[in-house]
Write a protein that binds this ligand. Structure first.
Ligand code: ZN
Length: 510
């Protein structure tokens, strides 16, 4: 079945409106850069990065835009608290955000437009809305007149009165209707000069919603193929973007509206305003970027993502711990691929889709089809992750049955294993999972730790050889074995596991 995507606008799954080979413009609302990114900020980027990877795999030519809001009330307030300027704060927090994306292997964003870099386009769009009667200037501000737009509320499927009742609206006596929203905010006394821009309505700055409408138009044209963002942005942000863009441009704003579910904890919502956020940088001290990404993709993107038990300062959330343990299955498998094939997992060839897949053992073709069927069904990454586990189980069984880790043992099953492992690697790549992340360091210098570990492994190996060589009745035999057991158990207490294999002993932490 061809790709089906759920659109919030029509409230149903529909065939994706473009054909492979065609360009796809995707716009996803990005961060307001006033604080370091917390893990909730990574949900959208990881999901839409995966959407782009899959669309590209199917042959679409995707251009992905994520905006950066670098002028806003929150930025002005925070810069004041920190005794810095808005541009300096924005630059620092944008760098933090981009670094977090990199750590989670979110590599697909083509443009990160800054709001302050597109003020003329915003002013032009507001001007057009004023000219055509959709907006009105009032005392240095400009407002969108909700009553002039008969479609207003269509994204949320509610009429304007219901929308107002269910949400906070900015109160201003300059508005004609309480639901009207600011397109332009006149400068207030005492605001720093760097947040004041020129406009036909006097100095000021754009409203948040118009930023997205103007930047989307500037970079992707009047009609987007996909507009994405978190469920919390559906109203008022997306409803207002839609109203502005369609009123100014006279054509549909987006063919598909995708909204991702939000991160939640047993104790409720994670939000900067509640002071209960787990910053990405802190989460990455406990788990790898791969694990964080895997954690997000385990769930269907439209469902809430459950972090489980966590309170600020209370270690790693239980949901992340569980994801780490589950992801370990993949890491162990990637290591096994290296032992069976004699080449590192990273160097493994992938089938690359298409005809190559047909030469493969039917079992792996079937897994590949199952994986694709899940992603074709509204990017069901949770289902796709389930297929990865099935495939690893198939391949571990194959390696066990044919003893593929025994050195020098030739077997046709080894080629089959290589094919299956290639499929696994390709699927991981489509989800953006690298599996290249090393086990967490034990502390100190990694080189020193690995050197010391090798010393212990060699000492234990020598003790074992001596024990094996000693005569049965020699009391030293039991004492030597006791020493090797002591090394193993003391390392286990430190969270280090030794694995004895035909090719030698290896170790892993965690
Ligand atoms: Zn937006």
């Amino acid at each position: 079945m061809p790709l089906q995507v759920y659109s919030t606008l029509t409230r149903k799954k529909e065939a994706f409106p473009k054909k492979p080979g065609e360009p796809v413009g995707m716009y996803v609302c990005g961060p307001t850069v006033y604080k370091p990114a917390h893990i909730g900020h990574m949900v959208g980027p990881v999901i839409f990065d995966t959407v782009k990877r899959y669309l590209a795999y199917l042959g679409y030519k995707v251009t992905w835009v994520v905006n950066v809001t670098d002028v806003d009330d929150k930025l002005i307030a925070r810069a004041g608290e920190l005794k810095t300027t808005v541009p300096a704060l924005a630059e620092k927090m944008t760098a933090d955000y981009l670094e977090c994306l990199k750590k989670l292997n979110v590599t697909g964003v083509d443009h990160f437009p800054r709001a302050t870099g597109h003020i003329p386009q915003m002013v032009a769009m507001i001007g057009r809305l004023v000219e055509t009667g959709y907006a009105y200037p009032a005392g240095g501000d400009v407002y969108f007149d909700v009553a002039r737009d008969p479609d207003y509320g269509k994204l949320c499927n509610r009429d304007p009165e219901q929308l107002e009742a269910g949400s906070r609206v900015e109160v201003s006596d300059r508005k004609r209707n309480p639901g009207d929203f600011a397109l332009w905010k006149g400068a207030k006394p005492g605001e720093p000069p760097e947040v004041q821009f020129d406009s036909p309505w006097g100095k000021g700055r754009p409203g948040w919603h118009i930023e997205c409408s103007a930047m989307a138009k500037a970079l992707l044209g009047d009609t987007l193929d996909i507009h994405g963002g978190g469920l919390d942005l559906q109203f008022p942000h997306h409803e207002n973007e839609l109203a502005q863009s369609e009123s100014a441009n006279g054509v549909p704003f987006a063919r598909v509206w995708m909204h991702n579910g939000l991160l939640k904890m047993r104790s409720g919502k994670m939000a900067g305003s509640l002071g209960n956020v787990l910053n990405v940088a802190d989460a990455l001290k406990a788990v790898s970027g791969d694990v964080l990404r895997f954690f997000i993709l385990q769930t269907h993107y439209r469902s809430p993502i459950d972090l489980g038990d966590w309170e600020p300062g209370a270690g790693v959330p239980s949901g992340l711990e569980a994801a780490k343990a589950a992801f370990d299955t993949f890491l162990r498998f990637a290591e096994r691929v290296g032992r069976v094939l004699g080449t590192p997992f990273a160097a493994l060839k992938t089938p690359g889709g298409g005809s190559a897949a047909r030469t493969m053992a039917m079992r792996y073709v079937k897994r590949q089809q199952e994986f694709q069927a899940h992603l074709d069904d509204d990017f069901n990454t949770g289902g796709a992750v389930g297929v990865l586990f099935d495939l690893v189980r198939d391949l571990n069984k194959l390696a066990d049955e044919h003893k593929l880790e025994d050195p020098g043992k030739e077997s046709p099953a080894r080629a089959e294993f290589a094919e299956g492992a290639g499929v696994f690697k390709e699927m991981c790549g489509l989800l953006g999972l690298t599996l290249a992340t090393p086990a967490p360091a034990l502390g100190g210098d990694d080189k020193l730790v690995s050197g010391l570990m090798q010393l212990l492994i060699d000492l234990r190996g020598n003790l074992r050889e001596q024990a094996k060589g000693a005569a049965k009745d020699n009391p030293l035999k039991a004492a030597l074995f006791a020493q090797t057991d002591l090394i193993r158990s003391r390392l286990a207490e430190l969270g280090v596991t030794l694995e004895d294999r035909p090719g030698g002993t290896t170790w892993r932490a965690g």
